[in-house]
Design a protein. Structure first.
Length: 123
């Protein structure tokens, strides 16, 4: 872990390069020094339908959810959050400047007693 999900409001791909955003977020998590390279997974999807703020057609919202195994201090989680957010903000900088774009990151911890996994991906 982490498993990163990037959710984008409907129509986001008209304004932002979702693939570039996902790669930037993925690279930031990998380069943080807090995860083995073979455990970072990043998924991005654009909603089929969404309502954002006043529902104007050019409103856009990007939500990044990082789910990770427990055990990292609050300070480390905050560092990771800020690092990944900065990478995401850089990837969508033009649209943030243009306005009508919301960007958010949340970190959650999984419950190891309720998680089952097997990883044979190479380091």
């Amino acid at each position: 872990m982490p498993h990163i999900t990037i959710e984008c409001s409907a129509g986001s791909s008209r304004r932002i390069d979702i693939d570039a955003l996902a790669r930037a977020v993925h690279s930031a998590a990998q380069s943080s020094g807090h995860f083995a390279p073979n455990v970072v997974r990043t998924f991005a999807q654009e909603a089929n339908f969404s309502c954002v703020a006043d529902e104007a057609d050019d409103n856009c919202f990007v939500q990044i959810i990082m789910r990770m195994a427990p055990g990292r201090t609050r300070e480390v989680r905050k560092e990771i959050s800020q690092l990944v957010f900065a990478a995401a903000a850089y990837a969508v900088a033009e649209e943030l400047e243009r306005g009508r774009l919301g960007l958010r990151i949340d970190i959650t911890e999984s419950d190891p007693e309720l998680s089952v996994s097997r990883n044979t991906l190479p380091l």
